[in-house]
Write a protein that binds this ligand. Structure first.
Ligand code: GTP
Ligand code: SPV
Ligand code: MN
Length: 598
């Protein structure tokens, strides 16, 4: 039944329905009754499994198609009239070709299915950070996820009124064939089309597609920034809370850092962590010239393998109820399990591929058969997080005092360093790199350049994006300091040198002291680094030798690194801001002690 007086919205829904030919159209209002119905229908269709309601109240389980377990970046396109607008790091297609190709795939794709109309808001309705969207989808799983990840339903239709602006999001699972899958963004039309997938970032169109790709484009136009960043508050013993934003690529530790538990020595001193967001930050300058950030999402879509009460007790507490578990092991008692869970491996269950599973099973090549996919995930309401910051609800956002970049680097990058000023910090962000993880389809472990963790998510030419960062810095009263961290450096035996997780607070606390100007630092070619005595290692037993390993700058690794950076920058030709190349030359001189042409 139609429930809008928004003529353009109604017209668009009808047009899309004509294309996809669903049996039925359902406008979602976001009510509890509707949720029950969706679960019932999803259950009946085999799309959703209701989990053990005693042990996991309100929890659901879903398994995606085996070839559909991560974002497919090679099938993700920015469709602008001019190719240069998408830049050299995005896949590009002309809007005409993209619409034509996708129309053929959407044509009749919802026959025999229901088209759900999901009005949703990213950011708080009524706040200056809010963006509205409507997603049309034939997936009950998507609707149930959108209920958790966004504000959705009636309230949004009300906010849209009769002529409010919204992002037009069309999604169909179609036949879930990877050969017939496309994730298309039309920033010039404020439109997103996704077909042939049922997984996470490919289909929850408010998340990566709207809140990063479309939003980054809008941000540039409107003078703000959409970033792949967590936001957290760190409360010091004095009661002062400082907020930081950190950009790490997918599956490199944002969710974990956003809700870490302080190590005992810090807890005793009175340190507390407050979670504002774990994946996306929208940042704007306020009237005072301070940078303020909100998390536009209302839930977490977090990695499960490796999550347990030691590594992330706050996540464990968050997904105890009202959560969706995707692509994990389904146990006989209708609870779930994954590699790295607290409980020992169950003796049997159905694994992420839908196969009967037993511990120790191997495939034909002799490799272990996993219970859960490495990119299996939970979806949970953010309000269930024990460390949720009350400032999460502040429509004006939190003031950001430091920006942290980081990646997953076996070698090369030290534990932490600080950029000396904003342009140097922008260069640090622009030269980020990380090993590929299970969060995207591709070659695991391969190092790729991933500026600001935005390479898969920047909705426009990245040269212009660097420039936007530089220009935004100039407008700030006193720009936040920029840092780079690497929790993932390994020793000669392939073991992580740094313990990570809660112990990362030891580094964050140094970052806070540097941001407030309380302590000095040591100079190094890469930037400013801590004096060992300025980080509290009580309870860790960290030797000077290990410290040296964490901060070692290996000349031959850095020769390779600098060449790789240069090759990456060459892609942008003359569009690359001069400041980036200047910083590159300066760094080259600092590391190798000579003037080298770049
Ligand atoms: P997306 O949701 O894909 O954007 O990922 P994310 O950046 O939120 O990463 P997440 O916190 O889910 O961590 C991904 C993986 O890294 C998990 O397997 C974690 O257990 C592991 N991890 C997180 N923090 C650390 C750390 O400090 N050290 C080590 N060694 N591993 C970590
Ligand atoms: C990521 O891959 O960065 C995620 C998961 O946060 S997804 O929503 O699939 O993009
Ligand atoms: Mn992410």
């Amino acid at each position: 039944m139609n429930s809008t007086n928004h003529i353009e919205l109604e017209k668009w829904v009808n047009e899309m329905a004509q294309l996809c030919q669903p049996d039925k159209i359902v406008w979602c209002n976001g009510s509890e009754r509707e949720k029950k119905q969706l679960i019932q229908e999803g259950n009946a269709a085999g799309e959703i499994v209701e989990l053990n309601q005693k042990k996991l109240p309100g929890c659901l389980f879903h398994r995606t198609h085996q070839n559909d377990v991560a974002r497919t970046e090679h099938l993700t396109f920015i469709c602008t009239n001019k190719k240069e607008a998408a830049g050299p790091t995005n896949n590009w297609m002309s809007p005409k070709e993209a619409y034509e190709k996708a129309k053929a795939l959407f044509n009749g794709s919802m026959k025999g299915r229901t088209m759900y109309v999901v009005p949703f808001a990213m950011g708080q309705i009524g706040s200056k950070f809010c963006k509205l969207g409507v997603e049309l989808t034939d997936s009950i799983y998507v609707v149930l996820n959108m209920r958790i990840m966004t504000t959705m339903g009636k309230k949004v239709l009300k906010a849209l009124g009769t002529n409010g602006e919204f992002t037009k999001c069309l999604h169909s699972k179609a036949d879930l064939n990877i050969e017939r899958r496309l994730i298309l963004h039309f920033p010039e039309d404020n439109t997103i089309w996704s077909v042939g997938s049922g997984y996470g970032g490919n289909v929850l169109l408010g998340k990566k597609c709207l809140a990063l790709r479309i939003a980054s484009h809008l941000g540039r136009k409107e003078g703000w920034m959409a970033e792949h960043m967590l936001i957290m508050g760190i409360e010091e013993p004095s009661g002062k809370v400082t907020y930081v934003a950190a950009a790490f690529p997918s599956a490199c530790g944002k969710t974990n850092l956003a809700m870490i538990v302080p190590p005992p020595v810090f807890e005793k001193k009175g340190y507390k962590i407050w979670t504002v967001g774990d994946d996306i930050a929208w940042l704007k300058l306020d009237e005072e010239g301070d940078l303020r950030a909100v998390n536009p999402e209302t839930g977490f879509f977090g990695v499960l393998p490796g999550t347990n009460s030691k590594t992330n007790p706050n996540a464990m507490a968050t997904f105890k109820k009202n959560s969706i578990f995707t692509n994990v092991l389904l146990k006989k008692d209708k609870t779930v399990w994954w590699e790295g869970h607290d409980d020992p491996s169950p003796q049997e269950g159905t694994n992420w591929q839908g196969m009967d599973w037993k511990p120790g099973m191997t495939d034909l090549a002799g490799k272990p058969v996993l219970a859960a996919h490495p990119n299996s995930r939970f979806t949970s309401p953010i309000t269930q997080c024990p460390t949720l910051s009350k400032e999460y609800f502040d429509p004006n956002g939190v003031k950001i005092s430091a920006i942290i970049f980081g990646g997953r680097r076996n070698h090369t990058a030290p534990l932490v360093f600080e950029a000396r000023n904003w342009p140097e910090g922008v260069y640090v962000g622009a030269t980020m790199a990380s090993e590929l993880t299970a969060a995207q389809m591709g070659k695991l472990g391969e190092v790729r350049r991933d500026p600001m963790a935005m390479i898969p998510f920047c909705g426009y030419n990245m040269a212009d994006y660097f420039n936007h960062w530089l220009e935004t810095g100039k407008k700030m009263k006193s720009p936040p300091k920029i840092f780079h961290v690497n929790w993932f450096r390994r020793d000669e035996n392939g073991k992580f040198i740094w313990p990570g997780y809660g112990d990362n607070l030891r580094v964050l606390s140094w970052i806070l002291k540097r941001s407030s100007g309380e302590i000095s630092a040591e100079d190094s070619p890469l930037g400013l680094i801590p004096k060992m005595e300025d980080i509290d290692f009580t309870g860790l037993n960290l030797t000077r030798e290990t410290w040296n390993k964490l901060f070692d700058i290996n000349q031959s690794e850095w020769e390779h690194e600098m060449t790789d950076r240069k090759n990456f920058f060459n892609k942008f030709g003359s569009d690359l801001p001069a400041s980036i190349l200047e910083e590159h030359t300066k760094l080259q001189e600092r590391i190798f002690g000579q003037t080298v042409s770049v």
